[in-house]
Ligand binder design. Structure first.
Ligand SMILES: Cc1ncc(COP(=O)(O)O)c(C=O)c1O
Length: 431
């Protein structure tokens, strides 16, 4: 099979050697920690004709409000062309900062525009936080599993990553207390990437209490909170401890990702350093894009657009839940997410040889792609091998049905093979 996956094996999830060996020049130690994203590599594979991709984390492009963005761009260029094309303040476009602060205030958060930093996607917020808060060897506490892009953003700052133990409600307050001394805890309370899990109210309160006691700031990353399909999630973490929570937000999933707009709400004590890091990184986020987004937002687009997105994604979520129920073999477990973009599947425990990373090339051959679970663990070499992430938002229900049926055949064969391999090994040992 002519694809890059055989070389894109486990080593590429965690190795530092492959990436540094390629350069003829001496690289900084941190460069060795920059690794290719397996998700980007998988996305290349999924562009092959005939492959149903349940792998990507992209929003559905057919729902982009293209007309509104075009009109807003025209208006910006007509009314404020020189301002929009000039250098701009590092903090961000003032009316957009104000819009973010007001939307947080509407959720009961005492936020002021002066604490809002507009970033180049929330991904840049993760990088800036790493720069300002992490030293080599300092610890950062993350959920297990967690967002791969955050692990990548923190890695160059050479932290020790502690995976917080969890239970059915999410990471436990005891685990957070045990991580005392970590520079911060990185948490995704709403429809987590990759698990789809939403922290219940009681766990939110308990985690914030534990962090406050341990004097450990929380980085609250919430790109999916507005994408709920059954009920809005409980209030976020930042309103419970405004002095200790850095809140990241993104326009990528509710508007469009291509404008690359996110924001960071920082406590006053941290804001100046984050702003200086932002200035050093890129001077400012594109002023033109910020003005276009603001034009779209102030016209009330989100109020009209979000119900459409939620309805379409809910339909696709339901189609995937239904297809998984009908097609997946015994022993596979998942939680139907109340929002966001992902299902997280856990393979049967009676088939411990099951390795979703090794299965991916076979799945692609059979015309379906997913993201192997190992990608979402801080220690990929020790990550469970029987998990995988499926995205439902970009695929029509009929195609979801077909994709899940194909996937179920690949997973079923593999689980059977792993179980019978184990049984024959047991027989050899017993005999
Ligand atoms: C949890 C999480 N955080 C941050 C990001 C980055 O989003 P963006 O930089 O587009 O705002 C993503 C993107 O998928 C994500 O899933």
């Amino acid at each position: 099979m002519n694809d890059p996956l055989p070389t894109q094996r486990m080593s590429d999830l965690g190795s530092t050697e492959a990436s540094s060996a390629a350069s003829p020049f001496r690289l900084a130690a941190r460069a060795a920690r920059l690794n290719p994203s397996i998700i980007r590599e998988i996305l290349k594979l999924t562009q092959r004709p005939g492959v149903i991709s349940l792998a990507g984390g992209l929003p559905a492009a057919e729902l982009f409000p293209v007309g509104e963005v075009r009109e807003a761009a025209d208006r910006v260029l007509r009314e404020t062309p020189r301002e929009a094309l000039q250098y701009a303040p590092s903090e961000g476009f003032e009316p957009l900062r104000e819009w973010v602060a007001q939307s947080l205030q509407a959720q009961g958060v005492a936020a002021s525009a002066g604490q809002v930093l507009i970033t180049n996607g929330s991904q840049q917020g993760l990088d800036l936080i790493g720069k300002v808060l992490l030293d080599p060897g300092s610890t950062v506490a993350v959920e297990s599993p967690t967002y791969l892009g955050a692990l990548q953003a923190f890695a160059p700052f050479e932290p020790e990553v502690i995976e917080l133990a969890g239970d059915a409600d999410g990471p436990t307050p005891e685990a957070l207390r045990a991580a005392r001394g970590a520079r911060f805890a990185y948490l995704l309370p709403n429809f987590q990437n990759p698990s789809g899990h939403c922290l219940p109210e009681g766990r939110r309160a308990a985690l914030v209490d534990a962090a406050r006691e341990a004097r450990m700031p929380i980085v609250e990353d919430d790109p999916y909170g507005e994408l709920w399909y059954d009920a809005a999630p409980p209030p976020g973490l930042v309103g419970r401890w405004p002095e200790g929570v850095l809140r990241l937000g993104s326009f990528s999933k509710v508007l469009v990702p291509g404008l690359r707009l996110g924001w960071l709400l920082a406590p006053p004590g941290l804001f100046p350093k984050l702003l200086q890091a932002k200035q050093a990184a890129d001077l400012h986020t594109t002023g033109f894009n910020q003005r276009v987004a603001f034009e779209v937002l102030r016209g009330g687009l989100l109020e009209r657009h979000l119900p459409i997105v939620r309805a379409r994604y809910r339909e696709r979520r339901d189609a995937m839940a239904d297809a998984l129920r009908r097609h997946l073999g015994p022993g596979w477990r998942w939680e139907t997410p109340g929002g966001g973009m992902f299902f997280w599947l856990e393979g049967p425990t009676h088939a411990p040889g099951l390795d979703t990373l090794a299965l991916l090339p076979r799945a692609v051959e059979r015309g379906v792609a997913f993201v192997p679970g190992a990608a979402f663990y801080a220690d990929a070499m020790r990550a469970p091998t029987n998990r995988l992430r499926l995205s439902f938002v970009t695929v029509e229900p009929a195609v979801i049905e077909d994709g899940v049926a194909r996937l179920a055949r690949v997973l079923g064969d593999a689980a059977d093979a792993a179980a019978s391999d184990r049984a024959s090994k047991a027989a050899i040992i017993a005999g």
